[in-house]
Design a protein around this ligand. Structure first.
Ligand SMILES: Nc1ncnc2c1ncn2[C@@H]1O[C@H](COP(=O)(O)OP(=O)(O)OP(=O)(O)O)[C@@H](O)[C@H]1O
Ligand SMILES: [Mg+2]
Length: 336
């Protein structure tokens, strides 16, 4: 960040800018800031318009030149300050900007999804009871066993839909049980559930940072979220489980000064669930957190939607990074 005068002379530069440019504050301050960019005229024009009060804030992408280093692609925000003749220039590395945009999109999408799901589920739920009841009545009236086969189909399918709808509504209905949560207890619980289901050929490795403090949250929800992620991993590992070299790693870390979900947190926990499976299919990679998106036979595509909802109820976020041989689901949750 820099504050410049109307002519582009730097009045103040902060430490982050010193770091980014690889030079001292003293040599930045007093210099003509537009000359620090690969194309000085863009900033110069922006400053001119700022000077003539043409906008409140202006944004563009540019290349910031650096000492002993390649130019850095940055997103530049030029804004007026309270004081006349002083303009504030904020620069975000483009990579960070892209990540922030992506996260904001994820959160907005999740919110829209949630409302759609809730409304749809309610719409399905009400007539479903009627359909099932009517099929039962029909069945009682019928003598031919061939006919009851049909009513049985109706009843069975209605029950299947009922289960699906109940899962869709689960995050909204379940009362929030808030207590102190130890993330490693959550991991251990999931580990034993998974190992009970896949007793052979799968290793679940723990890599815990035991300094992570407890935090307020809903333990059961978090177990469900981590279980959904880990269960997916175990399923795609089927081949490797047969060969006996399937592996899932639980890695926990405390991270400082992180930004996610439009907010900056002093401290947060990261839980990575990493598997050595085939990776998320490219065709659904961008959409795995959407409801009803599934890449496997018989999947309902709700596991990750629910996991994301549960983690977001803890003001957190789940991200996925996947290449063949290494899929990493990262759960981020702010810590007190
Ligand atoms: N670790 C992973 N490696 C590869 N693909 C994965 C992994 N985790 C999830 N996926 C893909 O993402 C899809 C969506 O997962 P999600 O848990 O939301 O639904 P599902 O497992 O298909 O059904 P459900 O969990 O509701 O029974 C999966 O079907 C799978 O194709
Ligand atoms: Mg699943």
């Amino acid at each position: 960040m820099a504050v410049v005068g109307g002519d582009g002379t730097v009045l103040f530069a902060n430490a982050a800018l010193e770091d980014a440019m690889g030079t001292s504050r003293r040599s930045i301050e007093g210099s003509a800031f537009p000359d620090s960019f690969a194309e000085p005229h863009i900033l110069r024009n922006a400053l001119d318009s700022a000077h003539s009060n043409e906008f409140a804030a202006l944004r563009f992408d540019a290349l910031l030149t650096r000492h002993h280093n390649d130019p850095l692609p940055v997103h530049v925000i030029v804004a007026q300050t309270e004081r006349p003749g002083e303009i504030i220039i904020e620069m975000l590395p483009l990579e960070a900007q892209a990540r922030q945009d992506r996260e904001e999109r994820l959160i907005d999408q999740a919110q829209a999804n949630k409302e759609l799901i809730r409304n749809l589920a309610h719409e399905i739920k009400n007539p479903l009871g009627g359909i099932r009841g009517a099929a039962q009545l029909l069945e009682m009236e019928m003598d031919s066993p061939e006919m009851t086969e049909y009513t049985q189909v109706i009843i069975r399918e209605a029950d299947r839909l009922q289960t699906l709808v109940d899962r869709l509504l689960a995050p909204h209905r379940r009362p929030h049980v808030v207590g102190d949560v130890n993330i490693h207890e959550v991991c251990e619980r999931v580990r034993s559930l998974i190992l009970a289901e896949f007793p052979k050929g799968l290793r679940v490795v723990r890599d815990y940072d035991t300094s992570i403090p407890e935090f307020r949250g809903d333990r059961e929800q978090l177990i469900q979220a981590v279980l959904n992620i880990t269960h997916n991993a175990a399923l795609v590992l089927a081949e490797r489980i047969n060969e006996g070299d399937a592996q899932i790693v639980f890695r926990t870390r405390a991270v400082r000064q992180v930004t996610f979900g439009k907010q900056r947190y002093r401290l947060a926990l990261e839980l990575h669930v990493i598997d050595n499976g085939p990776g998320v299919p490219d065709s659904i990679k961008d959409r795995i957190f959407f409801p009803l998106i599934s890449g496997r036979e018989g999947g309902s595509g709700l596991g990750l939607t629910l996991a994301q909802t549960f983690v977001q109820q803890h003001h957190g976020l789940i991200e996925c990074d996947s290449v063949p041989g290494r899929t990493d689901f990262k759960i981020l949750i702010p810590l007190p």
